[in-house]
Design a protein around this ligand. Sequence first.
Ligand code: HEC
Ligand code: HEC
Ligand code: HEC
Ligand code: HEC
Ligand code: HEC
Length: 429
Amino acid sequence: MMTFLIGVYLFQNKRAIPIEQVFVGKIWGKPIEFLPDVKGVGAPTAINCGSCHTEIYEEWKLSTHANALRDIQFQSELAKSSSPKWLCLNCHIPIQNQRETIVTALRGGDFFQPIEIPNPNFNPEMMEEAITCATCHVRVDTITNESYVIGASGDTSPPHPIQINRKFLHNRCNDCHNETYTLNQSLVCSFQTGTELQSSNPNGTCVSCHLPEVQRSFVKPTLNRPIRTSHRHGFIGGGVPKTFSLYKDQIRLGYKPGLVLAELKWEKDTIVIRLKNQNAGHHVTTGDPERFYRLILNGYDPSGKIVYQEETKIGQDWEWTPKAKKIKDNRIPSNEEFVWKLNPTNPSGAISRLQFQTIHVRLKDQTSEYMIQSAKHVPEPYFENVKKIKELYPHSSIVIETVYDVKLGKRKDTSLVELFKRNAERRGE
Ligand code: HEC
Ligand code: HEC
Ligand code: HEC
Ligand code: HEC
Ligand code: HEC
C-alpha cells in the first residue's frame, strides 16, 4: 500500500505537463514550429535570403539580433545553473530549426525539467544566425503546410510565396520586447518597451525608428527591380554594440541618442543641466533592467586640473536576492525631462571649464568581473571569450559630451562621429 501511494505521488509529481499548460498564452513558451524549405529559396536561413536581399542581409549581419547567440554576456548568463536554458533560447534562437532538441513537455510542470528529444531537422548554420530573417518573415501555411514569406509592401514579384501582413511584422517586436513575467523568486523577465511606447504614442511602432526608411531596390541590382521604400535592418539600439568592430556602423545604420542636452548653464550658485528624452518613443533606458546612464560633470581649473567632480545615474535599481525586486526607477519617459542641479563653490574662478558626459552603460565592470570568475561553467567555444570579456565586449558608450566655458557661458558639443571613434577605443564602464 505504502509503495503504491509513493508511486502515485511520484507519478503525479513527475507527470509530463504540456508547455502550454504551464505558460498559458505565452508565445515564447515554445519556439516557432519547424519551417520547411521555402519554394524558390531553400532552407529559410538568412544566408539564403541574403543571396538576393544582399544589402538587407549585410545590415542585419551587423545587428544585435544577428549576434544574439554568440553574445558573450548572453553565453555567460545562459551557463548559470539558475537559467532554464531552453526557455532563454525561445527568445534568443526562436525557431525550431535552430534547436538541437525538441522540448515535448515539462516534467511535473517544472521549467527546470524539460523533456527533450533530438531534433531531426536541426540546422546548425541557422542556429548561429540567432534572430534570423525567418523569425519575423517566414511561417507555415496551415492548409498547404508550405512555408511562405511575410511582407508588407505588395505589388512585388518575388520568386518565393508571399503573404502581405504589415501589422504582423510590426507587432512581432512586442512578442519579445514587451514581457513582464515572474518565473520564480529570482528569475524575473522585465521588458516593458511596448507598453512604454503605447503610453507615449498609442499609434507608434518600433519600425519608424529602428528600421529607418531608405529608397532602394529590395534586391541586388542584377535582378533589375524598381526602387521602393525599403527599411534599414541594422536594428540599432542604445549605441553599445556587441563587439568593438561594430562601432563604425552604428551611426550609418541609424543610431541616435534618445537624450538631448536641452540646456547647460551656470548662473549664480547653480549649475543646471536639462536632458530631454526627445528621440526615443519609450523610456531611456528601456529593455534590460541593468542598463543605465552615468551622468558625469567635471570642473577644470585654468591649468587643466580637475578640481570638481559629480556623478549621478539614470536607470533602475534592482535587488536580485533573496527575491527580485525593483527598488528605484528614475528613467525618463518619452518627451520628458531630467533636471540635474548642482551648487559647487567656485572660489575666485578656480573652475574655468566644465565637461559634461552622458555614458550609456550596458554592463558594469563589477558584473563582468563576476562573469570572469564564474567562466568555468561556460561551454566551449564561448569559455575563452568570457575570460577575455573586458577586452572583447563593449560595456558602455559616451553618447553626449560637451565642454562649457564658464566665463563666456558658452558650450561646445563633441560630434557623435568623434565620440564613436573614441568609444571603439574605450574599455569598461
Ligand atoms: C532568388 C532570390 C530571392 C531569395 C533567395 C529571397 N527573395 Fe525575397 N524577394 C525577391 C524578389 C525578386 C522580391 C521582389 C522585389 C521587388 O519586386 O521589388 C522579393 C521580395 C521580398 C519581400 C517583400 C515582399 C513585399 O511585397 O513586401 C520580402 C519581405 C522578402 N522578399 C523576404 C525574403 C526572405 C525572408 C527570404 C529568405 C527566406 C527571401 N526573401 C529570399 C527575391 C528573393
Ligand atoms: C524572437 C524575439 C525577438 C523579436 C521578435 C524581436 N527582437 Fe529585438 N531583440 C531580441 C533580443 C533577444 C535582443 C538582444 C540580444 C542580445 O543582446 O544579445 C534584441 C535586441 C534588439 C535591439 C538592440 C538593442 C541594442 O541596444 O543593441 C533592438 C533595437 C531591437 N531588438 C528591436 C526590435 C524590433 C524593432 C523588433 C520588431 C521589428 C524586434 N526587435 C523583434 C529579441 C527579439
Ligand atoms: C525582427 C524582425 C525582422 C527581422 C529579423 C528581419 N526583418 Fe525584414 N522586415 C521587418 C519589418 C518590420 C519590415 C518593414 C515592414 C514595413 O514595410 O513596414 C521588414 C521589411 C523587409 C523587406 C521589405 C523591404 C524593406 O526593406 O522594407 C525585406 C525584403 C526584408 N525585410 C527582408 C529581410 C531579410 C532578408 C532579413 C534577414 C537578413 C530580414 N528581413 C530580417 C522585420 C524583420
Ligand atoms: C520615436 C523613436 C523610437 C521608437 C518608436 C522606438 N524606439 Fe527604441 N530606441 C530609440 C532610441 C533613440 C534609442 C536609443 C536610446 C538611448 O539613448 O539609449 C532606442 C533604444 C532602444 C533599445 C535599446 C535599449 C536602450 O535603452 O537604449 C531597445 C531594445 C529598443 N529601443 C527597442 C524598441 C522597441 C521594441 C520599440 C517598439 C515597442 C521601440 N524601441 C520604439 C527610438 C525609438
Ligand atoms: C520573452 C523573451 C525573452 C526571454 C524568455 C529571455 N530573453 Fe534575454 N533578452 C530579451 C530581449 C528582448 C532582450 C533585449 C533587451 C535589451 O537590449 O535591452 C534580451 C537581452 C538579453 C541579454 C543582453 C542584455 C544586454 O544588455 O546586452 C542577456 C544576457 C539575456 N537576454 C539573457 C537571457 C537569459 C539568460 C534568459 C533565460 C533566463 C533570457 N535572456 C530569456 C528577450 C528574452
